[in-house]
Design a protein around this ligand. Structure first.
Ligand code: NAG
Ligand code: NAG
Ligand code: NAG
Ligand code: NAG
Ligand code: NAG
Ligand code: NAG
Length: 475
């Protein structure tokens, strides 16, 4: 099914930059960058569907950057080709290292990267309102921005996740404003520092009671920069044997039939039965493609959590298992729909969700970017902290000066109103990390921006914040 791409000719272009503060960047790779419009992704004028797997050998718990081990990556890219995929999701990378060689290898194989911007140590801490607020600080944001810098130059960087499963229960929806603030900051950073728009959005846990308010919340609001560019969730509701109706996927299609953003499954593949992967032909059928843009099967290497498509033997060779073979066959017999698959181009943002017993977010205000992080947007983030065992940003630096209850949280990003708090985490197939929102499979996000260079300077930002506060008082 999958066409073998010719050896990539890496295209390097020096692009003009709009301010002196920016570092001149190059765009690398032969794959066309993927864009979003309405509720779908596009490769040029063609609809783009993710056919992917989660890729974090070793799991999230002791996360290593899989793009630095070139021998293993070369071995695995061969299997990606066999599987017939076009995307991998990685939860944790080392943002202090160069990834040219790995990204070129993926590019040559026709593979895009969906990347989580957090790491286990550098992430929101959802344990409490206080930990959420403390962890939204300049040290954390420097790491997130450095990750953007490290990957924005690769054309086959598909998107960034700004968080993964930070909200993972009924009682931590107060993480939402913090996740949305991080999404906004990433979009601001990309608009100011990257040469192209890169989609940024959140990967949600499929918590039945609050997944719909989450979808609405990350898509709503007057400030385009604070609205995500897509919404994704980790969906384990199709457990074989199942069907479009038995899985409830038919209901979800109806639920999101008017949704404004692209949606995809950032993880799927329940293991309670033998995985026949019959959901593939449904996911890429017109029953679903008017709302969904494909997904990422969980996960590539077999891990102690019971998920996995290949085992690594003692010689370091990979042995595809029956799961792999069935998934490969399912992809092979399932073409994408022809035409636009029912995509909508003229979508508009939804209303923000009302507060309820299941949605403890009573404002559309967001915390302002931590003051000491503003300079990164204009000056660049510099080198990232990488993956140093034991190092964490969660109690470091200086947090946002907005009060944790967001009572002074009016920013230009949102219409005057009042708000609460948030955190991050993740389920999925990777590694579930305690109270921390991180990589390793359970926690990330990303965004794209429509307006390339309209970031407001820090001073303007503060003034507008004050004006916003005044406006809210007048109201
Ligand atoms: C999680 O957060 C706690 C503080 O709440 C910190 O001590 C711990 O190192 C963090 N874990 C990871 C994996 O970063
Ligand atoms: C949320 O509920 C879980 C039990 O489901 C509990 O362990 C946890 O402490 C609660 N968290 C907060 C912040 O109340
Ligand atoms: C699409 O939906 C219809 C109606 O529910 C169903 O009969 C059909 O089997 C579905 N097709 C697939 C591929 O699931
Ligand atoms: C919004 O927050 C302000 C300041 O804390 C408060 O006075 C006001 O009552 C709040 N409005 C609503 C609608 O909650
Ligand atoms: C992610 O979640 C899965 C399932 O809950 C868990 O098994 C895994 O350990 C988690 N990974 C991380 C990095 O937290
Ligand atoms: C997570 O937070 C809860 C509530 O404070 C705490 O009891 C628990 O020990 C924490 N878990 C980890 C792994 O740190």
């Amino acid at each position: 099914m999958k066409s073998i791409l010719p050896p990539a000719i890496a295209a390097y272009s020096l692009l003009a930059t709009s301010t002196l503060a920016q570092v001149v960047k190059r765009q690398q790779g032969s794959l066309p960058p993927i864009t979003t419009q309405g509720n779908a992704f596009y490769n040029g004028n063609e609809r783009f569907y993710m056919r992917g797997v989660a890729y974090q050998p070793g799991g999230a718990a002791n996360a290593a950057d899989p793009l630095l081990d070139m021998g293993s990556l070369r071995r695995d890219v061969e299997q990606f080709r066999n599987l017939g995929i076009n995307t991998i999701r990685i939860y944790t990378i080392d943002n202090s290292q160069n990834h040219d060689e790995a990204m070129q290898m993926l590019d040559e194989a026709g593979i895009y990267l969906a990347l989580d911007a957090n790491t286990p140590g550098y992430s929101l801490n959802r344990e409490s309102l206080a930990s959420l607020h403390a962890s939204y600080n300049n040290v954390y944001m420097q790491s997130v921005f450095a990750t953007v810098d490290a990957f924005a130059g690769y054309n086959n960087l598909l998107l960034f996740f700004s968080g993964n499963e930070v909200i993972n229960a009924r009682n931590n929806t107060n993480a939402a404003p913090y996740i949305k603030a991080v999404t906004r900051d990433m979009k601001q950073y990309i608009a100011a520092q990257a040469d192209r728009q890169i989609p940024v959005g959140y990967s949600a846990a499929d918590v039945a009671e609050n997944i719909e308010p989450q979808a609405l919340y990350f898509a709503c609001g007057e400030d385009e920069m604070a609205r995500a560019d897509f919404f994704a969730f980790n969906d384990y509701s199709w457990c074989d044997p199942s069907s479009f109706t038995e899985s409830g996927w038919n209901v979800k299609v109806q639920t999101y039939s008017d949704y404004s953003l692209p949606i995809f499954l950032s993880e799927f593949g329940c293991i309670t039965g033998t995985r026949a992967w019959n959901e593939i032909e449904v996911l890429y059928s017109e029953n679903m493609t008017s709302v969904y843009s494909g997904g990422l099967a969980y996960e590539y290497t077999f891990e102690p959590n019971g998920y996995g498509l290949v085992e690594v033997n003692s010689n370091g060779e990979v042995v595809p298992n029956d799961d792999f073979d069935r998934l490969q066959q399912a992809y092979e017999r399932t073409p994408n729909p022809s035409g636009d698959g029912g995509a909508r181009t003229d979508t508009s943002p939804p209303e923000c969700p009302p507060t309820s017993d299941e949605w403890d977010v009573d404002t559309v205000n967001l915390p302002v970017i931590p003051e000491d992080a503003r300079q990164y947007i204009t000056d660049g983030a510099g080198t990232g902290p990488g993956l140093v065992p034991g190092e964490t940003s969660q109690w470091a630096g200086t947090p946002s000066e907005t009060e944790p209850d967001l009572s002074n949280g009016v920013t230009v990003s949102e219409s005057p109103a009042n708000g609460t708090t948030g955190g991050s985490g993740g389920r999925g197939g990777g590694a579930q990390s305690d109270n921390n929102s991180t990589a390793g499979g359970n926690n990330t996000a990303g965004t794209a921006s429509e307006s390339g260079a309209d970031y407001l300077g820090a001073d303007t930002f503060v003034v507008l914040t004050i004006l916003g506060l005044a406006a809210s008082i007048l109201l």
